[in-house]
Design a protein around this ligand. Structure first.
Ligand SMILES: NC(=O)c1ccc[n+]([C@@H]2O[C@H](COP(=O)([O-])OP(=O)(O)OC[C@H]3O[C@@H](n4cnc5c(N)ncnc54)[C@H](O)[C@@H]3O)[C@@H](O)[C@H]2O)c1
Length: 367
């Protein structure tokens, strides 16, 4: 059984991650040994809901515990790189929420440590694990829509109202939301060579838990990505979008079009237009219950079976560099070059598209 430690016990820990942790606890695959949060009040809230042995204010106690195999870093963003570096150095497997780092110095140091370490570093988001993403990836590899020239992606909402750090430097919708779109687009189209971006503060004040706060980071982004294969893509992201009914991802090829429906972190299916047929085909999601935090179960699986992960650290580094350069592009009002690259993603299992008319109960989905 693997011993798990969780650092940062806020919204994402108490919801999506604990749902998956509880499933693995039930199957006796893991033991949630320790949790840590700088806010001591959280212990009182979560010890009524979850089973764990120790709560620490100082996360270093988790890292010093030699029985802990695996650590989830679910804190606010600015803490991610520092805690992940220390955890790898202490010989832990690490899953870190996005972004891994908010500046290039921390990002480079973290990757150097990860590459020297024999342990896994998994960086969120895990959109490439979604069956819909992999089905679209398959269509692109099979050249179903020909040579791809253009793409669009979007993800936004009105913005969090539970933690102030989302609106301070090192927070913001690019690291929080745009990261999903950039991971999806690069996962489908390969590495980016240049970025140009405009960003702004749209709302100077927000309300967090009823208290008015000043916003100190951009909450509104339009981004242009130029890929190594010369494809051009745009990403729209912000805490400035109330609702939408548009595809998450649009891919335009010489022979057709693919549209991912829903959001890329929670796709509900995809549509494909092929000139050959001169019609649209709609595929509902093969696995509606795919959980976006599934990088966690994938990591546990890789540790237990000692297998090569689908989550690629070079891809995650590339996405993180793009995001840091997007801020620079907007501030300096110019195009920025991207230095990193990664190898094309490979999926070994072919995605079977389930027949939607036979899909009566999604709880039977086995992913
Ligand atoms: N909330 C979501 O829906 C959601 C979804 C996907 C990903 N994420 C990501 O998850 C991360 C956390 O987001 P959240 O919404 O849960 O934030 P949150 O503010 O609700 O929780 C973060 C917690 O980390 C704690 N913390 C901060 N520094 C710490 C430290 N040094 N040691 C221990 N604890 C520390 C805070 O006290 C807080 O309780 C972010 O990277 C976010 O982008 C959040």
């Amino acid at each position: 059984m693997l011993n798990l430690g969780i650092i940062g016990c806020g919204s994402v820990m108490q919801g999506p991650y604990m749902e998956l942790v509880n499933k693995l606890l039930f199957k006796k695959i893991i033991n949630l040994k320790s949790v840590s949060d700088i806010n001591l009040k959280i212990d009182k809230i979560i010890n009524k809901k979850f089973k764990y042995q120790y709560f620490y204010k100082n996360y270093k106690k988790i890292l010093e515990d030699t029985e802990i195999d695996l650590v989830l870093v679910l804190t606010s963003m600015k803490e991610h790189a520092k805690i992940s570096k220390e955890a790898l150095k202490k010989g832990k497997h690490v899953l870190v929420e996005k972004p891994m780092a908010t500046n290039m110095k921390d990002l480079k140091e973290l990757i150097q440590i990860a590459k020297k370490s024999k342990k896994y570093l998994f960086a969120a988001p895990f959109v490439i694990l979604s069956p819909v993403f992999q089905a679209i990836h398959q269509e692109i590899i099979n050249k179903s829509i020909g040579k791809i020239s253009l793409a669009r992606a979007r993800y936004g909402w009105a913005g969090p109202n539970w933690s102030e750090w989302y609106y301070q430097t090192g927070g913001g919708p690019l690291f929080d939301l745009g990261v999903y779109n950039i991971t999806s687009l690069t996962g489908l189209l390969g590495p980016v060579k240049k970025v140009t971006a405009k960003s702004s503060i749209s709302n100077y004040f927000r309300k967090i838990k009823g208290k008015k706060i000043k916003v100190n980071t951009d909450d509104n982004f339009q981004i242009l990505l130029e890929f190594k294969n010369n494809c051009l893509a745009v990403v729209t992201t912000g805490f400035t979008m109330q609702q939408y009914n548009s595809p998450a991802i649009e891919i335009y090829g010489s022979e057709g079009t693919i549209q991912m429906l829903g959001d890329d972190w929670e796709p509900i299916g995809y549509e494909i237009w092929k000139n050959k047929r001169s019609s649209w085909e709609l595929y509902k999601t093969p696995y509606a219950n795919w959980p976006w935090a599934s990088g966690f179960t994938h990591l546990v699986d890789c540790i237990i079976n000692n297998t090569k992960p689908l989550i690629d650290i070079d891809h995650a580094y590339h996405v993180n560099e793009i995001m840091i350069k997007i801020y620079e592009s907007s501030q300096k009002n110019r195009e920025m070059l991207i230095n990193s690259t990664f190898k094309p993603l490979k999926f070994y299992k072919k995605i079977k598209i389930k027949k939607s008319h036979l899909d009566h109960d999604r709880n039977h989905d086995d992913i």
